[in-house]
Design a protein around this ligand. Structure first.
Ligand code: KG4
Ligand code: ZN
Length: 341
């Protein structure tokens, strides 16, 4: 049987990366991401600047995605875009661009939930990776979100737990900022942690009921710890950077793994998939490999470029929705808050 080829152009603009991708069915032909360096100097994403940068990037990024895929826009079968959740000003740029392109080309428009996309990124065709089997547990860990989701089917998901305050990526970034590291500090904590002793310093873990998370207390305890120690030894952070990073990362990973193990025990599900920027962390990857050995889990980590914000993951959801004929009207509106269930 020959499968009919569908070409989906996908656009992602929920936060600070402008991205466009072209998929042929579940295969990625191109996935272009323009990051916005402007936020670095402010130590976090500035919504107004993000929106303006999306406006500057979107046309060249879409052109590049089409050129790399070697697909003329007339051959596109549908336009998929991130409807939410995210920063409203950023979402509006992608939403209005997608709407006008779909209207101009007279092809279906498909609104996509960004959090669903982080999970369904696992269904992008990748020769090196097996796709998860339903039902599985997905842990989405990024700068904006921390969720454990029971995935019963492509579009049947239930949030089992989520953060009550900061996202795990924020915990990494805010801790890094306290150590004087540039934004985003998550990858730098990871790098320094690899040379440090994870048991050198102990930070308290929050007590949160059920499968929910909390990370704001950790940030405060790190702040007090650094203030206390630098009062005694002004160059404490510099001298102990590796050990501090390793200890912070250890605490964060303990929090994540405890909840993930509780979710597995509660549901009896041993197939676990992670996604989002923090899934790039080398420590979480090691922990999951360990859990395959010790707990009999089957774990899935997408390719790095499909972990961080990208349009390819929006494209795979676009394709799955295309197969179901689940199209959006031209009056669809972006949603800053948009749950997956
Ligand atoms: O998914 P993502 O690119 O954007 C959001 O939707 O937020 O995630 C970005 C987050 C940032 O907080 C960044 O510090 C974190 O992912 N991150 C990491 C690593 N790589 C990226 N955190 C820890 N270790 C890493 N290797
Ligand atoms: Zn994201």
């Amino acid at each position: 049987m020959t499968v009919e080829k569908k070409y989906i152009l996908a656009i992602e603009s929920s936060c600070d990366d402008t991205s466009a991708a072209v998929l042929c069915n579940n295969k990625v032909l191109s996935n272009v991401v323009a990051a916005q360096e402007i936020h670095e100097q402010y130590g976090g994403v500035v919504p107004e600047l993000a929106s303006r940068a999306h406006q500057q990037h979107i046309v060249p990024v879409v052109h590049q995605a089409l050129a790399k895929a070697n697909i003329d826009k007339k051959r596109l079968s549908a336009i998929a875009f991130t409807r939410g959740p995210g920063l409203m000003g950023s979402l509006l740029v992608g939403t209005s661009f997608a709407k006008s392109l779909a209207l101009g080309l007279d092809v279906p428009l498909i609104g996509v939930n960004h959090m669903q996309a982080h999970i369904l990124a696992h269904f992008i065709d990748d020769v090196d990776r097996e796709k998860p089997n339903f039902p599985f547990l997905a842990m989405t860990i990024s700068g904006g979100h921390t969720q454990i989701v029971l995935v019963k089917n492509y579009f049947d998901m239930e949030i089992l737990g989520e953060t009550l305050d900061d996202a795990v990526g924020e915990a990494f970034d805010k801790s890094a900022k306290l150590l004087g590291l540039p934004y985003p500090g998550g990858p730098l904590i990871d790098k320094h942690a690899q040379q440090g002793n994870a048991k050198a310093f102990e930070f308290p873990k929050p007590k949160v009921d059920g499968l929910n998370f909390s990370f704001s207390g950790l940030k405060t305890s790190i702040l007090y710890f650094i203030q206390r120690e630098t009062r005694k030894h002004p160059d404490f952070v510099k001298k102990n950077l590796h050990d501090i990073c390793a200890s912070i990362q250890y605490t964060i990973l303990e929090i994540l793994m405890e909840k993930l193990m509780a979710a597995s025990a509660q549901t009896g599900i041993k197939e676990v998939a992670i996604g989002g920027g923090v899934a790039a962390n080398s420590g979480i990857r090691e922990r999951l490999i360990g859990a395959e050995r010790t707990l009999g889990w089957k774990t899935h980590v997408p390719k790095f470029e499909y972990c961080t914000d990208n349009a390819a993951m929006i494209g795979i959801v676009g394709y799955l929705k295309y197969l179901e004929g689940d199209f959006s009207d031209q009056d669809i509106a972006a949603k800053a808050r948009y749950t997956i269930q």
